[in-house]
Design a binder for this molecule. Structure first.
Ligand SMILES: Cc1ncc(C[n+]2csc(CCOP(=O)(O)OP(=O)(O)O)c2C)c(N)n1
Ligand code: SF4
Length: 285
């Protein structure tokens, strides 16, 4: 792709005005144009939620999986053709609630996927229930007396589970988000980007203003190959104390690089075995 317009579909985004998903869409398109991602080299996968709608607004091959199931679909695509860039767009409810186990195991296996978490602290499409990243005490229609649960920390979870690239960005900083999406995709192995995404309609706490006032960028002195430091930094969260940037990045063979069956060629280049199943069907019909 050489122009952003070439990535536009004829569907006008139906997100609420001011939704942080618009910024994620812009950053992704910027990155795609800069890096030449097109239908010959890239596939997008998403789960179900406001975030998943992004697939309808980008003219690239895509598959919307079941709620929480973008990772199994993405790993299947990657195994069939490991030369493709495979992106997973997931919601925090989708990817850390329903699909939390898939995320953990994909990190542990170091699949070469780029996972972008639209983290708004809510199940927004279903009108704003408390999600796994909502803070303790958070009030929503599903927890009107305050969230009794403590939140999942996506950055710490990804580091602990074995992901080899883990970052956090704030959606409205489109240039930085573009840069991190590119770096995450260039990394060989599992890349997880926690994108702090304001949901103006249902989350009055995590607004643009909140993130502007309370985030800061990890400095030059941050050493992303030091897992202990990365994990410690991932625990920081508070007033003016939310770190952004690349927490952790190490080189390690990806699942696909390590698999002997994929050394010479992709699975799709190996003609599938032609088998006559007539007798089998007769037996069980
Ligand atoms: C297994 C299953 N459970 C519940 C639903 C209903 N459902 C659809 S979207 C959604 C909320 C999505 O929230 P999140 O993943 O955080 O994405 P967001 O809408 O916030 O982008 C839910 C609960 C479903 N489709 N499938
Ligand atoms: S409900 Fe929230 S996340 Fe969904 S489109 Fe509206 S602002 Fe965006």
């Amino acid at each position: 792709m050489s122009k952003i317009e070439e990535l536009n579909t004829n569907i006008f985004p139906t997100w609420c005005p001011g939704c942080g998903n618009f910024a994620i869409l812009s950053a992704f398109k910027n990155a795609a144009v800069q890096k030449g991602w097109d239908n010959s080299n890239t596939v997008l996968v998403a789960g179900i939620g406001c975030h998943g709608n992004i697939l309808n607004f980008i003219k690239l091959t895509s598959f919307e999986g079941l709620h929480g199931r973008s990772i199994p679909v993405a790993t299947g695509i990657k195994l069939a053709n490991h030369r493709l860039n495979v992106f997973c767009f997931m919601g925090d409810g989708d990817g850390l609630g329903e699909g939390g186990n898939h995320l953990v195991h994909a990190c542990r296996r170091n699949h070469d996927l780029t996972v972008l978490i639209h983290d708004n602290g809510l199940y927004s499409l279903t009108t704003g229930q408390t999600s796994p990243t909502a803070p303790h005490g958070f009030k929503s229609k599903s927890t009107p007396l305050g969230n009794p649960d403590y939140p999942v920390n996506p950055v710490a979870l990804a580091i602990a589970s074995g992901s080899t690239f883990v970052a956090r960005v704030y959606a409205a900083n489109i240039p930085k988000l573009t840069e991190i999406i590119i770096k995450a995709n260039e990394h060989k192995g599992m890349s997880v980007v926690d994108i702090l995404q304001p949901c103006f309609t249902f989350n009055k706490e995590y607004t643009n203003q909140f993130y502007q006032q309370n985030t800061y960028w990890l400095g030059e002195d941050h050493d992303p190959i030091n897992k202990e430091v990365a994990f410690k930094k991932a625990q920081e969260w508070g007033e003016k104390q939310i770190p952004l940037g690349i927490f952790y990045q190490v080189e390690k063979p990806s699942f696909e690089e390590d698999l002997p069956q994929l050394k010479e060629k992709t699975l799709i280049e190996d003609a599938p075995l032609q088998r006559d199943l007539t007798e089998l069907f007769k037996k069980y019909s």
